[in-house]
Design a protein around this ligand. Structure first.
Ligand SMILES: [Zn+2]
Length: 359
């Protein structure tokens, strides 16, 4: 699930021990029918036999997973534990199906558990939330309605993913033990609220899911939380999970660390982690700058602008229905960041929506 694709097709199947110091850990590349391309899951041999992420629930993905296990001398029915980096379909997808054939536990971050357990219901709720969010940020009602209808159609199709129970809710600092090593859980919110990374200290290996990828930079989530409005917010806004500021924070925390190899969910194996982190930071820095400049141009003409007016100025040729969603989330994310940095002022407009003015 990505925002900007680049890179080469990856061969499907097993890549044995991509980190020499961890001979029990293998990468398995599974097909997805999505634009993001194949997804990379990881298996750790031993007791308990563990799978990190599972691929989408399609016969093609299942067949590649089965033959990969076969070539490693393993059986899917022997999987004892699944650890999920996050709830998206190419990670959670086959977990429930695998559970039916094996005696296994599913572990995920505590902030991700509800999405894993109530996948479809939660997605429906998110669609309504996004509708309200886009209205608050100035998108005209008819476009919001058309975008919502399109999203509902998309979700009504097979999501290639089943919900599953989370047997253990993980937190930052938890350790997942294996025979010869352990993985430390690091909470890295941004792409999703409960995204986690797994770190093996001795070899400096970091499993990053979609947080850092070899062939793309992830989009960041942005949705209303169920909490009541914060009384300290003078605009009476509903609290939100504001993914972009959280993502950049999570990324910056990894800078200058001891990571030597990144094992991502998309795009190979990354041997230059500092570069991958800086590339993702730069990707967003450039976009936030563009959005800031567009706001300043619009403000010179009329005092302020809505997120939707910025969208229109930046993407005059984009389709307002099919290409609205991820780019609007990007604009709203950038405005969140600019507000946090004290670079914009947010006001309630007479129509109830939010307007932004550069400071
Ligand atoms: Zn994802």
């Amino acid at each position: 699930m990505s925002d900007a694709g680049r890179g080469d097709p990856t061969p499907l199947g097993v890549r044995r021990a991509p980190v020499a110091a961890l001979p029990a850990l293998h990468q398995i590349v599974l097909p997805t029918p999505w634009q993001v391309g194949p997804v990379q899951v990881y298996v750790v041999e031993g007791d308990p036999l563990t799978l990190v992420d599972t691929g989408v629930r399609t016969p093609e993905s299942r067949a590649v997973l089965e033959s990969a296990f076969d070539s490693l001398g393993l059986g899917l029915e022997d999987v004892q534990r699944i650890v999920l980096t996050h709830y998206h379909g190419d990670h959670l997808g086959q977990a429930e199906q695998l559970r039916r054939a094996a005696s296994l536990e599913v572990w995920a971050h505590e902030d991700e558990a509800e999405m894993c357990e109530l996948f479809s219901a939660e997605r429906d709720e998110r669609i309504e939330d996004t509708e309200a969010l886009f209205r608050e940020y100035g998108v005209p009602d008819d476009l919001v309605a058309r975008q919502t209808a399109m999203r509902r159609r998309f979700v009504a199709e097979d999501p290639l993913c089943d919900a599953t129970r989370v047997d253990r809710r993980l937190r930052s600092g938890d350790h997942i033990p294996f025979k010869d090593f352990e993985l430390e859980v690091i909470h890295a919110p941004g792409h999703t609220a409960g995204h986690l990374l797994l770190y093996e200290e001795a070899s400096g290996t970091l499993l990053t899911g979609d947080h850092i990828m070899g062939n793309a930079v992830p989009f960041t989530d942005n949705y209303y939380l169920e909490d009541p409005p914060d009384p300290a917010d003078r605009l009476g806004r509903r609290p939100r999970f504001r993914g972009l500021p959280r993502y950049l924070e999570s990324l910056r925390r990894l800078r200058g660390g001891a990571v030597r190899t990144i094992l991502p969910a998309h795009g190979g194996v990354l041997e230059r982690p500092a570069r991958a982190i800086d590339d993702a930071l730069l990707f967003y820095e450039v976009r936030v700058q563009r959005i800031d400049r567009a706001l300043r141009r619009l403000a010179r003409a009329g005092g302020g602008a809505t997120a939707w007016e910025i969208w229109q100025a930046l993407f005059p040729k984009a389709d307002a229905v099919t290409e609205m969603r991820t780019r609007m989330l990007m604009v709203i994310g950038a405005l969140d960041l600019l507000e946090d940095e004290g670079r914009v002022e947010v006001r309630r407009r007479p129509d109830g929506g939010l307007g932004h003015r550069p400071l």
